[in-house]
Design a protein around this ligand. Structure first.
Ligand SMILES: [Zn+2]
Length: 335
């Protein structure tokens, strides 16, 4: 681990993320030891923001101008070696912040070729199948010396998982008959949604290579309101007490035994913005409880799913309307 990065990790509080102190500490200790990490949590919980924040604290880097981002003082990729051989000058480029963050979206359609690289058949005919001219490096090389953010890694095929493991463990790249050793150096941050039932679970062999960091919904009502105000757009006044009540309603749905898929912070932000829009549309300068009520189904109904036992009795829309009505009628602070 580079000393400068070590210092940044010790110093940072990942200020783009409000709260989540435990997650931040877990992430920091994993980063300090160059561990591969998978952030586990529902969508909309801030996993991407967290990973981007890691990229933000990374020191700027000077690397070779090739497609492999190799070390400026040790150009070792096939492109650079070829340049060396032909006595051409090796150019350099500066990587910082955004360039250090490379996002890959996991999906069953993603192939090892997309990620690692491919042989261009036309060029292979011209230069030979094992020539570097025929190899088109994949996305993984763009992340070299930066961060590979692998969203929904559990959606990938087993074949791709294996290819990824080989790269992470052996730093060796194999595409068909093409194989070369290359010192890939990046921070791997994957994400996984524990409720994603559309995919096969990750194999034990795969999981054994990673540390899992669990990201939960905001720890407290106050923190969630702070996040909502920071992330949401502002149009008209949203009275504080009504906002606390509204956000707390979303939080109560997460605790509700009848709710299977829980609403994320995006639901709270959605209510915050849409209730303001509704007030503005009706010529009001201040959000009222009626505004919240009028947009609540549109914001929430697709963001939750009900347990099978209740789904047969009522629709999600009716469930939300009834729950909100009952919740609003309850006495007490932030109800
Ligand atoms: Zn290079």
């Amino acid at each position: 681990m580079n000393e400068e990065l070590k210092k940044s990790i010790m110093k940072t509080d990942f200020e783009d993320i409000i709260g989540q102190e435990n997650v931040k500490d877990q992430l920091k200790s994993a980063l300090l030891m160059d561990r591969h990490i998978i952030l586990v949590g529902q969508p909309g919980i801030g996993k991407t923001t967290l990973a981007k924040n890691v990229a933000k604290i990374m020191p700027e880097k000077i690397v070779c101008g090739c497609s492999f981002n190799c070390y400026a003082d040790n150009p070792s990729c096939p492109e650079c070696l070829d340049k060396k051989k032909r006595k051409e000058k090796i150019t350099h480029k500066k990587l910082g912040g955004k360039e250090l963050f490379v996002r890959v979206q996991g999906s069953p359609d993603l192939t090892a070729e997309d990620l690692i690289g491919d042989i261009d058949p036309v060029k292979a005919m011209k230069y030979g199948p094992l020539s570097i001219e025929a190899f088109t490096p994949g996305k993984i090389f763009k992340a070299n010396q930066g961060i590979l953010f692998f969203d929904e890694v559990n959606r990938c095929s087993e074949k791709l998982q294996n290819a990824l493991l080989q790269v992470l463990e052996e730093k060796k790249v194999t595409i068909g008959s093409y194989s070369f050793e290359f010192d890939l150096d990046f921070i791997f941050i994957g994400t996984m949604n524990p409720d994603d039932k559309s995919t096969e679970p990750l194999s034990d062999v795969f999981l054994d290579r990673f540390d899992l960091v669990y990201v939960e919904h905001p720890e407290s009502l106050d923190l969630e309101v702070e996040i909502v105000k920071k992330a949401g757009k502002k149009l008209v006044e949203f009275p504080e007490k009504l906002l606390l009540t509204t956000v707390n309603f979303v939080r109560s749905l997460r605790e509700d035994a009848d709710v299977d898929k829980k609403p994320s912070v995006r639901a709270s932000i959605g209510l915050y913005e849409r209730a303001q829009g509704n007030a503005y549309l009706n010529g009001r300068e201040k959000v009222t409880a009626q505004d919240v009520q009028e947009v609540i189904v549109s914001v929430l109904s697709h963001r939750i799913t009900l347990k099978a036992s209740i789904k047969f009795l009522k629709s999600t829309d009716d469930f939300i309307r009834e729950e909100y009505k009952e919740y609003s009628a309850r006495p007490g602070d932030y109800r």
